[in-house]
Design a binder for this molecule. Structure first.
Ligand SMILES: Nc1ncnc2c1ncn2[C@@H]1O[C@H](COP(=O)(O)OP(=O)(O)OP(=O)(O)O)[C@@H](O)[C@H]1O
Ligand SMILES: [Mg+2]
Length: 266
């Protein structure tokens, strides 16, 4: 089976072996993402960069969690490991009851394709495709007819307010419109978790708020879990909880619903 995914700024054709077993998520499960003592070290010559230095936390189903920290604090490293795009050096990641740190690459491909939507800072749309084709793209190779794919993509574009821009190519749309396409594309496959790495990093502040509002509304009405990386504290405060990281460690987890810090400083 072939599938297409986007990671590290590129589009990849993933080849997946057939016949593998995968445990389905039991109904009514509360914890969506369970992370235990996660570490990621990079070796650069003689030096070891501790990009993530032992983080432990849980994210619950249907939650909107922001990961905040300064540049180089380890936000993208963390997000990429949660999304199964990078392998941890040490530690455990359990998503929907499955230990993803133990999966082989072809199993990760299947996991990503079934469970994960990803929204990128730089939109990562395919320049030669129009909005409808971009949104329909992740549905390719799924055994669905072109008509059915376009129907789903059409409904998602409608939902993000782009029904009049279906035939526009990325360079014929504003940044905000392109990110609406990015949101629609992430959600069209009906993932249980949506990851977004600085999704408003290339947008002005008003457009950022609009996109954030859209993401929040769509994921809450579709009961998805949303994990968003940002360095902007104002945007982070829209989330249910905020995980603050510094130098690869969690500094505190802030709960916006009770307007206080419930999980103490680490
Ligand atoms: N492939 C790599 N090889 C070596 N070091 C890396 C690699 N990827 C990330 N790092 C280092 O790990 C640390 C965390 O990087 P990361 O990209 O996770 O930061 P970030 O919080 O997302 O920053 P930004 O806000 O600038 O995107 C940084 O010190 C970075 O230089
Ligand atoms: Mg980053």
């Amino acid at each position: 089976m072939l599938s297409i995914s986007e990671r590290n700024g590129g589009i990849f054709l993933d080849i997946e072996k057939q016949g593998e077993q995968e445990s389905e998520q039991p109904a009514g499960r509360q914890v969506a993402i369970d992370v235990c003592n996660l570490q990621k070290f990079y070796r650069l010559g003689d030096e070891t960069v501790r990009a993530l230095d032992g983080v432990t936390f849980q994210i619950y189903e249907g939650e909107f969690v922001a990961i905040v920290g300064t540049s180089g604090s380890g936000k993208s490293t963390l997000l990429n490991m949660l999304a199964g795009l990078e392998k941890p050096t040490k530690g455990e990641i359990t998503i929907a009851g499955q230990r993803i740190d133990r999966l082989k690459e072809n199993q990760l491909v299947r996991f990503r394709r079934r469970k994960i939507g990803f929204i990128f800072q730089s939109f990562n749309l395919i320049a030669t495709m129009n909005a409808l084709e971009n949104v329909a793209f992740p549905l390719a190779f799924r055994g669905i007819t072109k008509t059915a794919r376009e129907k789903k993509a059409d409904a998602m574009l409608e939902r993000v307010g782009l029904s009049r821009h279906k035939s526009h190519k990325p360079n014929q749309m504003s940044g905000g419109q392109q990110q609406r396409v990015g949101v629609a594309r992430a959600l069209v496959v009906n993932p249980s978790i949506v990851f977004a790495d600085e999704p408003t990093g290339n947008l002005d502040s008003n457009t950022s708020k609009e996109i954030l509002e859209l993401m929040r509304n769509v994921v809450s009405e579709q009961k998805k879990t949303l994990v968003m990386v940002t360095h902007d504290n104002n945007l982070a405060h829209v989330a249910d909880r905020i995980i603050h990281i510094r130098d690869g460690k969690i500094k505190k987890i802030e709960n916006n619903q009770t307007t206080g810090i419930i999980e103490e400083v680490y």
